[in-house]
Design a protein around this ligand. Structure first.
Ligand SMILES: *Cc1c(COP(=O)(O)O)cnc(C)c1O
Length: 431
């Protein structure tokens, strides 16, 4: 599942003790495992081997250059959501011809940039966008490859902030309108209708919603294929991961109860390949979290332990600005010490120094007793972690390390604090 495990009492990432990294590079610190990234990519790649396919890693989940290079070297492309992401992917050695451009708000400048660089497809989300892509392509005397994002209106049964495939959401074009949209788009001379795309949500933990959406879309897809000669069908991302305990002492019990229900690439493929194979289309996938989520952790250092009448607060040097998922999505991250401890557990709130009540990583969770200077790791922080970080409270963006076997390297330097306000200026009337 991932390459973070205890060897003796020490937590390792592959062949490197995480505490050594924390001491060398300081905290808070993101640590990524190259082997885990690779394994996850290859598991999905192998499971989907019976259909011609391309995995476009959703780089919004983790866009560190070394992470992107890992994926590019495995033959992967990228699901991008801005021209900034396309520039990043190219800078990391990614092939624009394997990039798909998603998002509801593509600007003219972004469309032009992507068109000049030759993206595989624009995944359009509205008719005004299709008209705009057509106009930009006409001006550049190009033909733009496009797919339309269909909203299949199925409930992905996930957190409201990461549900995208129902009519409550801003994404895609309603299932009932999609054929009319393709008919009108086919009259726009600078578009080439290359595919159909969908993405119903994130952190899906069963295959049922994928299966339901694919079955719902296939009849329309086949008609579009006949009329417009589509080449590909993108089934989006959204494969969920396990955030539940993997290393804690309670892990064995959890796995025994729930482990068999985990959504694996094998289960995903077993249900979807028989539906997709007869289409004869190229299948695109846009997994983000599945590849990067369990490939990273955030290391933080205990600064203080504060016992109030009611609570045991463990105050750490990491905060919501470094990892916002608990505050934003009510997300669970397993928290373990870098040096395993025995003894009784104590219900604790792990909180950061930011001046917000929402700045917590867990509440009332039984944790080993820790003290000042101990290190804790927040697991499964490789997706939607560092990419969502901010400098709120003028806290610098933290460093990132990539581990590969016994090697480790800084893949993003800790931001010097003065860089945070480097672009700011005093208004002239203060001078
Ligand atoms: C965010 C996103 C993804 C990736 O979602 P995950 O849950 O990380 O797999 C894929 N496709 C689109 C269009 C997205 O917006």
């Amino acid at each position: 599942m991932h390459d973070f495990r205890y060897v003796g009492h020490k937590l390792y990432c592959e062949g490197v003790a995480v505490a050594t990294l924390a001491k060398t590079f300081g905290t808070p610190l993101y640590v990524y495992s190259q082997r885990t990234l690779t394994n996850h990519f290859q598991k999905l790649d192998r499971a989907m081997a019976p259909v011609e396919h391309l995995i476009c890693f959703a780089m919004k989940s983790n866009s560190n250059q070394s992470v992107l290079r890992t994926i590019a070297n495995l033959g992967g492309g990228f699901d991008i959501v801005s021209s900034g992401e396309l520039q990043r992917a190219i800078a990391a050695g990614g092939d624009p011809g394997k990039c798909v451009f998603a998002g509801v708000g593509k600007t003219e400048a972004e469309i032009e940039f992507a068109l000049r660089r030759g993206v595989y497809s624009f995944n359009a989300e509205s008719e005004p966008e299709l008209r705009r892509i057509n106009q930009v392509a006409a001006r550049l005397k190009k033909i733009a490859p496009v797919a339309v994002r269909v909203n299949p209106n199925v409930d992905a049964h996930t957190h409201a902030k990461i549900t995208t495939g129902t009519y409550e959401n801003k994404f895609g074009i309603a299932f009932e309108q999609i054929e009319g949209v393709y008919a009108r788009a086919s009259k726009l001379k600078h578009l080439r209708l290359r595919g159909l795309q969908m993405h119903i949500g994130s952190q899906l933990t069963t295959v049922a919603p994928f299966d339901q959406a694919v079955r719902k879309v296939i009849p329309i897809l086949q008609r579009l294929q006949r009329r417009h000669g589509l080449e590909f069908f993108s089934i989006g991302g959204g494969l969920g991961i396990v955030y539940q305990p993997a290393l804690a002492s309670s892990a064995a019990a959890w796995w025994q109860k729930a482990g068999k229900n985990i959504l694996t690439p094998e289960k995903y493929a077993a249900r979807l390949v028989p539906l997709l194979q007869p289409l004869g289309l190229r299948i695109l996938m846009e997994p983000g979290r599945f590849i990067s989520g369990n490939a990273g952790l955030l290391v933080t250092r205990v600064e203080y332990v504060k016992r109030t009448g009611k609570k045991n607060f463990v105050i750490v040097d990491g905060a919501m600005n470094d990892l916002i998922r608990p505050a934003f999505y009510d997300a669970y991250h397993e928290i373990v010490p870098l040096v395993r401890k025995g003894g009784a557990r104590i219900a604790s709130d792990v909180v950061g120094p930011v001046c917000e009540s929402g700045d917590y990583f867990c509440k009332n969770r039984p944790l080993p007793r820790v003290g000042e200077g101990d290190y804790l790791a927040l697991l499964s922080a490789g997706a939607y972690g560092s990419v969502m970080a901010s400098t709120y409270n003028t806290r610098a963006l933290v460093a990132e390390v990539l581990v590969n076997g016994r090697q480790s390297a800084i893949v993003r330097e800790r931001q010097p604090v003065t860089k945070i306000w480097a672009g700011e200026k005093l208004a002239p009337w203060f001078q």
